[in-house]
Design a protein around this ligand. Structure first.
Ligand code: ATP
Ligand code: MG
Length: 394
């Protein structure tokens, strides 16, 4: 029965002169999403509202699911659209709608009419009154509740008339492509996919870098990261994943530096390399899944030490989240099950028994000095041999 959707946005509505930029970006993102589902849709922007109208039959559940992954949409309202054949016809159609959508006739309701076309013979309050009365007469068990109705009967009078009562929760956030691009350090863990999702939610295009250490880390560990990127891509759009072979630099650090400093030094090099790729592709920031105090490398002292090597801002959206809060989001975006697959990570293989938790910047810098020119060569070669995988939504 539904052949169209009203797609509501929130924050975009308070934008000023450039509001159209955000609306157009949202329309484009919706179009991209709907291209992937069966059917054909026309997405249009009509006086501050966005509609997606089906031009042929479609799978309702599939379309709703696709729309719930579009950042910028806060509500998805399935619409019944009718021609204006006078008020009597409208009343009949509204009653038929309610009859079908609500088999149990014991709800409270309120009619909320919006007359966008001013030449309609009844005013909005008149429509509310008249229609309310018709509905009360049609169904014995229903009642009006103007404060907290269970069913809000929305009637929008435009060229056509829209009838809707349901609003499915959207993904929120801002449309992808309205806030620049950033480079996500994506590991196989729980936190970084969530961090990428959260930044993408604000409209940022995501690119990613993964450090692997074959043969210490397996092909399956790498595949796991690709799979995670594909999951995040469901929301963010296709992610370009840079896979860096980090084995040589990592072994060299292991041989040359005190073991308790390994993780910190390794993380500093990861940041440097990530920043190299970030700058190369016009990213304006780095993203990590770090959270204060979660592990030794995430104390304020450690974060300060890793942060120091970057010029770009580092965005850490889960910095103050408890693990369980991060897990909740991971479950919601469907990355959790993949993240907990038990494949090794390069950070866990070369880990010291007692890593420093309060690294001293000068001490770390001194240790890095010992790495000398050879480290530069190893880093350059890791950069040159990068493997790029385009991760499209799964
Ligand atoms: P995650 O669950 O995201 O792996 P974590 O709790 O395991 O995080 P760490 O291993 O200390 O924490 O990593 C901190 C952050 O550094 C990660 O969130 C991620 O952004 C980045 N990172 C760690 N390992 C890698 C890797 N192998 N490749 C790319 N980024 C990584
Ligand atoms: Mg990790």
């Amino acid at each position: 029965m539904f052949k169209a959707f009203l797609l509501k946005y929130a924050e975009i509505g308070v934008k000023g002169k450039n509001r159209y930029v955000f609306e157009d970006a949202l329309v484009k993102q919706i179009e991209l999403k709907l291209e992937k589902v069966e059917g054909e849709f026309e997405v249009s922007k009509v006086s501050g509202r966005i509609y997606a109208c089906a031009k042929m039959p479609f799978d309702y559940d599939e379309v709703v699911e696709a729309l719930t992954t579009v950042f910028g949409i806060v509500g998805i309202c399935p619409l019944v659209q009718i021609e204006d054949n006078g008020f009597e016809d409208l009343a009949e159609k509204v009653i038929a709608y309610l009859d079908e959508v609500y088999p149990k006739k014991n709800f409270t309701f309120k009619v909320n009419a919006r007359r966008a076309r001013k030449n309609y013979p009844l005013s909005s309050p008149e429509i509310n009154m008249e229609l309310g009365e018709r509905i009360l007469n049609a169904f014995e068990g229903v009642k009006v509740d103007v404060h907290k109705p269970e069913v809000m009967v929305n009637v929008e009078i435009r060229e056509q008339i829209n009838i809707y009562t349901m609003e499915i929760k959207g993904a929120g956030g801002m449309p992808i492509g309205t806030a620049g691009k950033a480079m996500l350090l994506l590991s196989g863990g729980i936190d970084s996919p969530v961090a990428g999702y959260m930044i993408a939610k604000r409209g940022v295009v995501i690119e990613a870098v993964y450090f692997h250490a074959p043969p210490y880390t397996s092909e399956r560990a790498k595949q796991k990261v690709i799979d995670l990127a594909k999951h995040v891509a469901k929301y963010s759009g296709t992610i370009k994943l840079n896979i860096v072979n980090f084995t040589e630099p990592q072994l060299y650090i292991y041989e040359t530096c005190p073991h308790e400093e390994l993780t910190i030094i390794m993380r500093r090099y990861m940041m440097r390399i990530a920043e190299h790729f970030a700058k190369q592709s016009g990213c304006l920031g780095l993203i990590t899944g770090e959270s204060i105090g979660q592990v030794a490398s995430q104390t304020l002292q450690s974060l300060n030490t890793t942060n120091e090597v970057c010029e770009l801002p580092v965005y850490r959206p889960v910095i103050a989240f408890d693990k369980q809060d991060i897990i909740d989001i991971a479950c919601k975006i469907d990355t959790y099950e993949t993240s907990i697959l038990p494949y090794e990570d390069c950070c866990t293989i070369f880990v010291a028994k007692h890593p420093v938790t309060k690294p001293n910047l000068n001490v770390i810098r001194n240790s890095e000095q010992k790495l000398g020119e050879k480290m530069e060569e190893l880093v350059n070669s890791a950069i040159e041999t990068v493997e790029v995988v385009m991760c499209a939504p799964q």
